[in-house]
Ligand binder design. Structure first.
Ligand SMILES: Nc1ncnc2c1ncn2[C@@H]1O[C@H](COP(=O)(O)OP(=O)(O)O)[C@@H](O)[C@H]1O
Ligand SMILES: [Mg+2]
Length: 254
């Protein structure tokens, strides 16, 4: 049986520097994986390569047994490989409801044509309502994005990603920039996602990582130096070494 998601020997150089160095990693339905590593380790680049936002210099990306390495990002999304971005990409004058509706319509291939008419489409709006409800955003659905808290904006991005019906969800620092008082909501939202969805999350908050992840992969200078259980990661000597200088205490790795 093939893996749901399998990356093998992925490679990317920027100006002679190996930012992704022979990275292999696979995931199964239901996985909860945290990808961590010092700043500049190549975490975001890994996601960009996997989703097709960047072209790799070598290696392969397989999804559901199909080679998607050369497919455009939208074609991968259609097959269930969906990401969120490290920095929010929302329209400040649009509402959460409009954002999620657009994501649903985009998924179904209606984006341009249906815009302006979607509210008459009961099935779409029902799905939009249920996604907003799942992420705890239903009461805010008619506010403008600029009027809702940053943590709620990050939740909206997860709602939009979920609207694309992912099988594999890649979250690039979903709690980045979110005040401590709001990270609980993000955690609760992550916990509420379907059990069979495979999730890879990059984050710097190790408390969040340890509560979320059943498996941790550590990248350092583009290379996977650890792939194993959260309970083992802080004991690993290579991981400790990679964080020396950026974090004196390996208990604070990110
Ligand atoms: N488009 C690019 N062109 C050149 N260098 C890049 C580009 N994107 C990222 N890098 C470099 O690649 C390295 C890894 O970056 P990144 O993947 O963003 O790391 P992380 O997400 O782990 O902090 C960094 O040294 C960064 O400066
Ligand atoms: Mg990054």
């Amino acid at each position: 049986m093939s893996n749901l998601f399998a990356v093998s020997n992925l490679a990317k150089n920027f100006g002679g520097l190996a930012v992704t160095n022979d990275v292999s990693l696979s995931m199964e339905p239901g996985d909860r994986l945290a990808l961590i590593g010092p700043n500049g380790a190549g975490k975001t680049t890994f996601i960009n390569l996997v989703t097709g936002n960047l072209a790799p210099d070598g290696g392969r990306v397989m999804l559901g047994g199909e080679d998607v390495t050369r497919l455009k990002p939208a074609e991968r999304v259609r097959r269930g490989l969906v990401r969120s971005f490290q920095v929010t990409r929302l329209f400040h004058d649009m509402t959460p409801e409009e954002h999620v509706a657009l994501a649903v319509l985009q998924r179904d291939g209606h984006a341009g044509r249906m815009f302006g008419h979607y509210s008459s489409r009961a099935a779409v709006m029902k799905e939009v309502g249920s996604l907003l409800d799942q992420l705890g955003l239903l009461a805010l659905r008619h506010l403008k994005v600029r009027e809702i808290a940053y943590g709620q904006q990050r939740l909206l991005e997860i709602a939009m990603a979920m609207a694309l019906k992912p099988k594999v969800l890649l979250l690039d620092e979903p709690a980045a920039g979110v005040p401590q008082s709001e990270t609980e909501r993000i955690e609760a939202a992550l916990a509420s996602l379907p059990a069979n969805l495979a999730i890879l999350m990059i984050d710097h908050d190790m408390d969040l990582v340890f509560r979320f992840a059943k498996r941790v992969v550590v990248l350092a200078a583009g290379t996977v130096i650890f792939d194993g259980l959260p309970t083992d990661v802080t004991q690993d000597s290579r991981v400790r070494e990679a964080y020396l200088g950026s974090y004196a205490d390996a208990g604070r790795v990110a």
